[in-house]
Design a protein around this ligand. Structure first.
Ligand code: ZN
Length: 393
């Protein structure tokens, strides 16, 4: 395959108190009767402003609560609510899982990309435009035509790829600034991986989720996400701690959501996300379940070990993580008992992830255990990433 591709949402809107303008944007898109879904916290901060803005434009709507987990059953429930109310769009408000559910429930067909070979799922959603309203900047999921599906126990089940990206991603930075600062920090953990993973995908000519090879444009966006974090990450955290939608926060929210979102989907994923998603296999070993961004941050450090980065470079990235409170050791990640058997389970699971095939040492076809990578090397790099983090203690 030598064809390059870049995909993106049709519209991206960001700014303090932007939500008071959502009715205008919906009207401009021809949406007249959306179904709005979200968890209780997300709806409590969005509902009134959105309803007022939509009323001004004569847009009617229904609100439906989100159940909390992005499972196939929850997707079906939201789809049914959309179809039975004859809604012409789904607006998903909240964090990663609510937004993933909204994207899936509004999709037409989906490709189950977590199985080899991928399978098509007909009519997974209501086939209506999807509008994403992230109320936290904790992941880079909102811009993509990809959703992660979990089991009802919260374990990673599979990921789905849809036909189209969201019609609109709408980010009110005052709402993001008011959210717990840890959510912005998690988003920086997710965005930290983007440049490293995109660079590996580019180097190995690996196909990306967008459906072809990465463009130079996507690589530039991934790199710019990284540069923005290095330049403004710490300052953005301080602004978020004080609920200020300042310049640094504006820059980092754009890096977390837009640059990292386009950067991962059209620039490529690699070991960091293969490992991050595999941590959920040992969920019972954690006192408190880490966030996606926390898993990705530590898994990025592991990928840097796999890349054989030198101490000078590692010090820069570990230093950044430590400055904003991203985990750099098993203990900081919340792993109560970092026994080798648990680390081996993560390594073995990651070696079977299709995402790891973009690493230079991966094999193109799976071995008899379904692995694309030597699990012992991943195990060693996980341990090395933890050991390097512990040297700062
Ligand atoms: Zn991610």
């Amino acid at each position: 395959m030598s064809t390059k591709i870049l995909i993106a949402p049709l519209r991206y809107v960001q700014g303090p108190n932007a939500l008071s303008e959502i009715g205008e944007h919906l009207a401009g898109m021809g949406v007249s009767n959306p179904l709005v879904m979200g968890g209780p916290t997300a709806l409590s901060v969005c509902r009134e402003t959105m309803a007022l803005s939509m009323n001004e434009k004569g847009i009617k709507s229904d609100f439906v609560p989100f159940g909390g987990e992005c499972t196939f059953d929850e997707v079906q429930r939201i789809k049914d609510a959309c179809v039975s109310g004859a809604h012409d769009a789904i607006i998903a408000c909240g964090g990663g899982k609510a937004l993933d559910t909204g994207r899936t429930a509004s999709a037409g067909n989906a490709v189950n990309a977590g199985v080899v070979p991928p399978e098509i799922i007909d009519g997974i959603g209501a086939d209506v435009p999807c509008i994403q309203v992230p109320t936290i900047a904790a992941t880079d999921a909102p811009t993509a035509k990809v959703s992660v599906i979990y089991t009802d126990k919260g374990e990673f089940e599979t990921f789905l790829v849809f036909q189209a990206n969201p019609a609109m991603v709408f980010v009110d930075t005052q709402i993001i600034a008011n959210a717990p600062v840890e959510t912005l920090v998690s988003g920086m953990g997710d965005a930290l991986a983007t440049y490293f993973e995109a660079a590996m995908s580019y180097r190995t000519d690996s196909p990306v989720l967008a459906g072809g090879l990465s463009t130079r444009t996507a690589q530039m966006m991934a790199r710019f996400a990284f540069d923005t974090l290095m330049e403004y990450g710490y300052q953005a955290m301080l602004e978020a701690e004080n609920n200020i939608p300042g310049q640094a926060l504006e820059a980092v929210v754009e890096a977390n959501i837009l640059l990292s979102g386009l950067g991962y989907e059209s620039g490529g994923l690699a070991a960091a996300h293969a490992i991050a998603l595999s941590w959920t296999r040992v969920y019972d070993r954690f006192g408190v379940h880490p966030t996606h961004g926390q898993f990705v941050a530590f898994s990025t450090l592991t990928q840097l070990m796999m890349e054989g980065r030198n101490a000078e470079f590692l010090d820069k990235i570990y230093g950044f993580c430590r400055s904003i409170g991203l985990p750099t050791t098993f203990a900081e990640l919340g792993l109560n008992n970092a026994a080798d058997d648990a680390i081996h389970m993560v390594a073995e699971d990651a070696s079977r992830s299709v995402l790891i095939t973009s690493m230079p040492s991966a094999t193109g076809t799976p071995d008899e255990d379904g692995g694309f990578y030597d699990p012992n090397e991943i195990f060693n790099c996980l341990k090395a990433a933890d050991a390097y983090g512990r040297r700062f203690e």
